[in-house]
Design a protein around this ligand. Structure first.
Ligand code: IMP
Ligand code: MG
Length: 189
């Protein structure tokens, strides 16, 4: 796909530099897809997308995994102010699927403190899947408070707040086609 010009995004004063551009995203997602297709060749996975941030990544990743697979989604909310996570996580929408005996691949947008992921992992493991791995598009360097067991990672990025490709600030910028630093005001709420 030919990348479109940045259009209106380029003029947005709240957006800083591009951290991962469209072509690099596309290439890495394709690589991850090939790696996952190989890893799950004999045991078709159930992709569990964590809404809303992972929805764009999951849709591209799923098509890059040339294997039959199934999807489910869940939504979590972590209490805390706009750009930091408190680690207190609440399931807002639970899965439809029963995970018992399934090969679960959690698809996450970004791991910052790692608190959301460690909560999710504990919660999902209690449902007795046959296996549980995590694929995160982004991991912020040097921020994880707890050891996070991450099998598949798209990119390790500097610890700045980023938006785009599913990631938002107060629900904005999810459809930005690349990943950029957010330099606007801290949202309230
Ligand atoms: P953690 O619990 O601190 O690892 O934060 C995980 C969640 O916080 C992610 O799933 C995102 O929803 C959100 N988050 C963390 N960092 C960013 C960011 O830079 N941009 C947008 N959302 C973020
Ligand atoms: Mg998220």
């Amino acid at each position: 796909m030919t990348p479109a010009s940045g259009g209106t995004w380029d003029a947005d004063p709240d957006l800083g530099e591009v951290v991962v551009d469209e072509q690099t995203l596309e290439r890495r997602v394709r690589e991850l897809g090939e790696e996952l297709a190989d890893a799950y060749r004999d045991r078709p996975p159930l992709l569990v997308g964590v809404l809303k941030g992972a929805f764009i990544f999951m849709s591209d990743l799923a098509r890059a995994i040339r294997l039959p697979l199934e999807f489910d989604v869940m939504a979590v909310a972590s209490y805390g102010s706009g750009t930091t996570s408190s680690g207190v996580v609440r399931i807002v929408k639970d899965l439809d699927a029963d995970l018992t005996g399934r090969h679960v691949l959690v698809v996450e947008d970004i791991v910052d403190s790692g608190l959301t992921l460690s909560y999710l992992r504990r919660n999902l493991l209690a449902r007795r899947p046959a296996s549980l791995e995590v694929c995160a598009l982004l991991v912020k360097e040097g921020r994880q408070q707890a050891a996070v067991d991450l099998r598949y990672v798209g990119f390790r990025i500097p610890p700045e707040f980023v938006v785009g490709y599913g990631l938002d600030v107060a629900e904005r910028y999810r459809n930005l086609p690349d990943i950029r630093v957010y330099r606007g005001p801290e949202p309230v709420g």
